[in-house]
Design a protein around this ligand. Structure first.
Ligand SMILES: *Cc1c(COP(=O)(O)O)cnc(C)c1O
Length: 386
């Protein structure tokens, strides 16, 4: 792997660059399931595309490099990536997850890994002193999102990493909301970084994919073994699309974030808005910690309207911003976590962790900030109950 000083250059030239046979500047789509072998028992670099495919390998080398890791792995979705990572654990192992993790991650542990006796506990990972006291002998890993979905809560990566090291636990970070352009958890003591590459890394709402990066060869071997054994790999075409998308990651994110900062400011000054959650606002929970470990506050904003605004009407009144699951695409999307992304979390738990029925989550796109602002302004005023 080549070393480049500047991340912007790494995005374009990192991993495996071009094709050595044709000198094509892009890694081709190796749309093949198998590879001819020289003779039986002879060592082969490529044997079967579940085990390895050159287009996927280019993406895997790229994410490893961007996350400051040694090895990367590409999967058919973020959930497939998380499934592979959680397959490292055994019956009676316990995993601590932060409050407000992605609903699908909670469901995977609660309804699938539960069958195999792998347990989980939900803890407030923003409070590392208490977290430290919660580490029982059966705890084997801590899994966090920072910012966490959907309240954009910030967890101190260095502090949790210290707790994990002290107790010999694996520290797993879902870095979907930030991407390595904004935050690189392996540099803050994480052992494993997971991505739903469906979001900012893909960036155009046209690919479903998952990525994993690690910085330890032994751990890499285990994950490679699981990836090949369970087989949830990403296909060559989608791997190609992701390499292509990642080239513009920093350009896209600069605009995403610039727009998000304007919109967060606008929402915090609007009389209809009860609360804004955005880690880039100075009065946000974890603002200083986020500043220490991330380049900026990202481009996800959540907010709550006062009770005299009809939230159903708000969603119906939006003309530019689409109501949809997912995030991180060039187009602005809005969602209602309580009934959409976090519906798989029981009502009582949702209330406990602050995912109220009035909460709105906005994925700020790269359209004109003024157009997004006007759309929000109109929808808010349409939804006022008079
Ligand atoms: C979307 C998402 C996932 C799941 O990824 P898929 O690609 O949809 O399978 C996991 N974690 C976070 C934070 C997400 O936003």
């Amino acid at each position: 792997m080549a070393e480049y000083k500047d991340f912007n250059t790494e995005l374009i030239h990192g991993g495996i660059y071009g094709d050595k046979y044709t000198k094509a500047v892009n890694v081709p789509i190796y749309q093949t399931s198998t590879y001819e072998q020289e003779g039986i028992g002879e060592e082969v670099k490529w044997e079967y595309s579940r085990t390895g495919n050159p287009t996927r390998a280019a993406l895997e080398a790229l994410i490893a490099e961007l996350e400051s890791g040694t090895d990367g792995f590409a999967f058919g979705s973020g959930m497939a990536a998380l499934t592979a990572v959680l397959s490292l654990f055994k019956t009676d192992d316990r995993i601590i997850i932060s409050k407000n993790v992605y609903g699908g991650t909670f469901r995977l542990l609660d309804k699938v890994f539960d069958h195999f006796g792998i347990k989980y506990s939900i803890e407030d990972t923003t409070d590392t002193d208490t977290l430290d006291k919660k580490i029982a002998p059966d705890v084997k890993a801590i899994l966090v999102e920072t910012p966490a979905n959907p309240l954009l809560t910030i967890t101190d990566l260095d502090a949790v990493s210290a707790v994990a090291k002290k107790h010999g636990l694996l520290f797993i970070v879902d870095n979907t909301f930030m991407t390595p352009y904004i935050q690189r958890p392996l540099e803050h003591g994480a052992d494993i970084v997971v991505h739903s590459a469906t979001k900012y890394l893909g960036g155009h709402s046209d690919v479903v994919a998952g990525l994993v990066a690690v910085k330890d060869k032994e751990l890499a071997e285990k994950i490679a073994f699981i990836q090949n054994s369970s087989g949830g790999v990403l296909g060559p075409f989608d791997s190609f699309l992701l390499v292509r998308s990642i080239k513009t990651l920093s350009v896209r994110l600069d605009r995403h974030v610039e727009n998000a900062e304007k919109i967060a400011e606008f929402l915090s000054n609007h009389k209809a808005v009860k609360k804004v959650y955005y880690p880039g606002l100075k009065d946000a929970q974890g603002y200083e910690i986020n500043k220490k470990q991330a380049k900026n506050g990202g481009a996800m904003i959540s907010f709550e309207l006062y009770e005299n605004y009809d939230i159903k009407k708000f969603f119906k009144s939006l003309k530019l911003v689409a109501l949809a699951e997912s995030l991180g695409g060039v187009e602005s999307l809005v969602c209602h976590p309580a009934s959409m992304t976090h519906a798989s979390i029981p009502y009582e738990i949702r209330q406990k962790v602050g995912i109220t029925d009035g909460l709105i989550r906005l994925s700020v796109g790269i359209e004109s900030a003024d157009d997004i602002l006007n759309d929000l302004k109109n929808a808010i005023s349409e939804s006022e109950v008079k």
